[in-house]
Design a binder for this molecule. Sequence first.
Ligand SMILES: *Cc1c(COP(=O)(O)O)cnc(C)c1O
Length: 230
Amino acid sequence: MSDYLIRQYDEVRESVAVAAAKAGRSPDEVRLIAVSKTFPAADIAALYAHGHRLFGESKIQELETKAVALPADVEWHLIGHLQSNKAAKALQYASCIHTVDGLRLLERLDRLAGESGRTADFLLELNLSGEMTKFGLAADEARRLAAAAAACRHLKFRGLMTMAPYEASEAELHRLFGGLRELRDLMENDCGLKLPELSMGMSGDYRIAVAEGATLVRIGTAIFGKRDYS
Ligand SMILES: *Cc1c(COP(=O)(O)O)cnc(C)c1O
C-alpha cells in the first residue's frame, strides 16, 4: 500500500518537473501540495517519511485531527471553503489559506491573527469560469478586494487560486489558467505588491496549469488514488 503510494507520488513529482521544464521553468518554481483529504494520517506519515512536507486539506475538522497527529513541521494549506466561524482554527493549523473569497472573511482573519499573535499567507479564490456551484470571486470583485487584501496587517496576501471545471477542454484550461496569471499581473499593478503565488492545477489539469505559470499545484487523486466519500 505504502509502496504504491510512494510510487504514485514519485511519478507525479517527476511529471510536474517535466511540465515545468517544457514551459522553460525551473522545477523549483512549482510546489506540489499533496491533497490528502479523506485519506488517513498513515498515508500522510508515509509521504512524510519519504521527505514530503506540504499537504492540503479541505475541511477544518479533518485538518485539525491530522495536524495534531502528525509532526509539527508538516506544512498545511487549507484549500477548501472557509466559514468565518472556523477562521480561528484555520489560522491555528494552516500556514496558507487558499480560499479567501470576501471582505468579511478577510477582515475577520486579519483581526483574529492579530489577537492570537499568529500569521498566515492567504490567496484570493477566483471563480473565472462563472460556474454557479463553486465558491470564489469574479475578476472584478477580486480587483475591488485587492486594496483591502494588501492592507492586511497580520496576514500576507500572496496571490490567487482557482479551480477549473472538470469538463473544461484544453483550450478552456489554457484560457482560465492564463487568465488567472494575467489577473494577478493586473492586481500587482493595482496594489503595488508582489503576488508570486498562483495556486492552480489538480490531478486532471496540472500540466496545463504549470505551462500557464502555476506555483502551487494541488494534487490528490493522482497521488492517493480515488477518494471514497461514503
Ligand atoms: C480535492 C481538491 C483538489 C485535488 O483534486 P484531485 O483531482 O484529486 O487532484 C485540489 N483542489 C481543491 C480545491 C480540492 O478541493
